[in-house]
Design a protein around this ligand. Structure first.
Ligand code: ADP
Ligand code: ASP
Ligand code: MG
Length: 401
């Protein structure tokens, strides 16, 4: 089999752990599999590197930020190759560029455009274990790019897709996908099988065990995806098509995202085209908008609330400057959290959303914004109630049973 394995930051946390990863990779190699191993930087490394780039009193040029950030994964990929060679295996590390990963030029959140697998394939034919630095690629001009936080998952799935691998295994510090973050709710249960669509919603709503864009790609290319722990031999969670799951729970999981910010634009001049201009300007700045709520207009004015990633607040402030004359007040609130319930069963059951609202009401938690999709209900609440809300909802849908 051709297997792509990905090891996350905790799994690659220090040299002892890298040795543990090398042992696991060796196990798979001894079973005669062809192996591509994608790695993250040591846990905490990317945050540390981001910190350095902020030391000079100005918003840094994102091209330079990417040069700095991509170094974390280069270190771990080479260390793993060294460990494997020390054990007598043929192993070689590749940067994103060497692995043929071509992206657009949106630094710090680049999108993969294509992967030229020629070099990886020739190395596999020569029986190398190919270790690829995750989270990075290169643009048309040859500048190093990074794929956004958690991007090594995407590197792994994209490489698995391009190579038409038989399996993509994501090794992390939990032994699969749980009904909610096991660090928040100790009674969370491991899910054996989950559909791409539910996993995509959970990941998009904050369950960082998998990056949403990696799930999207796995679904598109039908890549068999498994998440499991690099620290145990437990079977993990299989992510697959909805049709391949026999029994569906109404609600499969609860996700929490504490990295969102709410933008409130009060007394916006209510004229045709204003929303197009505001969101056009934000799109131009590559800012990801999530929930949007516009209130009914009065006296020619309206209120517009929406959420963006906290990391994009400074860019959003700059982008919205030109609307100052048409808006009474623009406020940014980072003290919010988004709690979401996800489940394909919602399509066919009523009363699922109302139970969520009642549960939060019972805990005296005020809901500031709501948005829904066919298989999800998301609520914005005060960040100080985030964990309380997750636990209460987990109980309300009997996910601990
Ligand atoms: P890695 O560094 O291996 O990519 P991450 O920290 O990105 O690992 O993701 C793993 C973490 O995701 C877990 O430690 C866990 O706290 C968190 N997590 C959030 N939601 C879930 C969930 N529903 N199931 C499992 N883990 C979750
Ligand atoms: N090291 C990067 C991050 O911390 C990418 C990853 O771990 O997936 O976001
Ligand atoms: Mg991750």
């Amino acid at each position: 089999m051709l297997i792509v394995q990905k090891y996350g930051g905790t799994s690659m946390g220090d040299c002892e752990r890298i040795q543990n990863v090398a042992n696991r990779v060796a196990q798979a190699k001894k079973q005669n599999h062809s192996l591509v191993v994608v790695v993250s930087a040591m846990s905490g490394k990317t945050d540390e590197l981001i910190g350095y780039t902020k030391s000079f009193g100005t918003l840094p040029n994102t091209r330079e930020v990417d040069m700095v950030l991509s170094s974390g994964e280069r270190i771990t990929s080479a260390l793993l190759a060294i460990a494997l060679e020390a054990m007598g295996f043929k192993a070689i590390s590749l940067s994103g560029r060497m692995a043929g990963i071509l992206t657009d030029s949106v630094h710090t959140k680049a999108r993969i455009q294509s992967i030229d697998t020629q070099y990886i394939k020739s190395l596999l034919e020569q029986d190398y274990i190919v270790v690829v630095a995750g989270f990075q690629g290169v643009d048309q001009k040859g500048a190093v790019t990074t794929l956004g936080r958690g991007g090594s998952d995407l590197s792994a799935v994209a490489i698995a897709g391009a190579l038409q691998a038989d399996l993509c295994e994501i090794y992390t510090d939990v032994d699969g996908v749980y009904t909610t973050d096991p660090r928040i709710e100790k009674n969370a249960k491991k899910i054996q099988k989950i559909s791409y669509d539910e996993m995509l919603e959970l990941a998009s709503m904050g369950a960082k065990v998998l990056l949403n864009r990696s799930v999207e790609l796995a679904k598109k290319w039908n890549i068999p995806l498994v998440t499991r722990s690099s620290f145990s031999l437990e079977e993990g969670t299989i992510i697959l098509n909805e049709e391949d799951i026999m029994e569906q729970a109404i609600v499969s999981g609860i996700a929490l995202d504490k990295n969102q910010a709410r933008v409130s634009m009060v007394d916006v001049v209510d004229r045709p085209g204003i929303a197009a201009e505001i969101f056009g300007e934000l799109a131009q700045a590559n800012i990801n908008i999530d929930m949007i709520v516009q209130t009914i207009g009065r006296d020619g004015k309206t209120d517009l609330d929406f959420t963006i990633p906290q990391s994009e607040v400074e860019e959003a402030k700059m982008a919205l400057k030109r609307f100052e004359n048409e808006v009474g007040l623009i406020e940014f609130d980072c003290e919010i959290a988004k709690v979401s319930i996800v489940g394909v069963g919602m399509k066919s059951h009523s009363g699922v959303a109302s139970r969520a609202f009642k549960t939060l009401a019972n805990e005296n938690i005020n809901i500031m914004m709501i948005s829904t999709s066919e298989i999800k209900v998301s609520m914005i609440i005060d960040i100080k109630y985030a964990e309380l809300a997750v636990r209460a909802l987990h109980r309300a849908y009997e996910l601990d049973k």
